[in-house]
Design a binder for this molecule. Structure first.
Ligand SMILES: [Zn+2]
Length: 245
């Protein structure tokens, strides 16, 4: 029986804007290919030996430097061994998503080819959020391109053919050049991790045009499409984001 665990790997309490209730969410999925971790948040070394950029990030978001909150420690607490994490899927490679890669150096790391290129070459409006030390250990990358497959009308590709539950990556560029949402089958429905490309949207919500407009420089232009997706398929899709559930 496959299961999805939602791990909050860091509470965010920024001074400005004074956002309440934000976290840093990773998903741990039990599959027939071992454990799949969707995003890694910050890793052990980010807390013990932060680079100046990470130090600034942790400080400005008032993140507790508690190793117990890292994905690897939470996975152990759930009773798994970290070596069971065979695959990592990254929505994108910003420092609060890829920081834990070095804690799982044996894992295959699935990412959109465009995102990998943008991170390595520091391209894009928010390129300052990439931290090269996070992939200094030379991860076992699996770089994905679009295949022509669709998921609810969106371009999409599966991370592994035949994986149960199905796990699809959905390119939703804007926040970064190769940002992807990740959709995981759950009890006949879907859990969509929209990463950093949307604020939370629930079925029945009214469209927030102003919020959508104001957040476009950060999240990109996908919100209207995601909004329609959730409204039209509310029975089948539940959405979370990397920082709000
Ligand atoms: Zn980001």
């Amino acid at each position: 029986m496959s299961k999805i665990h939602i791990l909050n790997c860091a509470e965010l309490q920024p001074y400005f804007p004074p956002i309440k209730g934000a976290g840093t969410y990773c998903l741990l999925v039990e599959t027939n290919h071992g454990l799949v971790l969707v995003d890694t948040a910050m890793g052990l070394k980010d807390f013990s030996e932060p680079t100046p950029l990470m130090n600034w990030f942790l400080h400005s978001l008032r993140i507790k430097r508690d190793p117990e909150t890292t994905a690897i420690r939470q996975i152990e607490k759930l009773g798994f061994t970290p070596k069971e994490v065979n695959h990592i899927v990254l929505t994108h490679m910003h420092l609060d998503h890829a920081g834990g890669l070095a804690d799982f150096p044996w894992a295959k790391v699935h990412v959109h080819r465009r995102e990998h290129y943008a991170a390595i070459h520091r391209q894009g409006r928010l390129a300052f959020g990439y931290l090269h030390t996070h992939w200094q250990h030379n991860p076992d990358w699996v770089l994905h391109d679009s295949t022509g497959d669709k998921w609810f009308g969106f371009d999409a590709f599966q991370i592994i053919e035949g994986i149960i539950p199905e796990i699809w990556m959905i390119p939703l560029p804007g926040h970064t050049q190769g940002h992807c949402g990740v959709a995981i089958q759950r009890e006949g429905r879907w859990l969509l991790q929209a990463g950093d490309c949307s604020y939370p949207i629930r079925s029945g919500d009214r469209p927030k045009y102003l919020a959508s407009l104001l957040s476009t420089p950060i999240v990109g232009k996908n919100i209207p499409h995601i909004y329609n997706l959730i409204q039209e398929n509310s029975e089948q899709i539940e959405m979370v984001t990397s920082h709000f559930i």
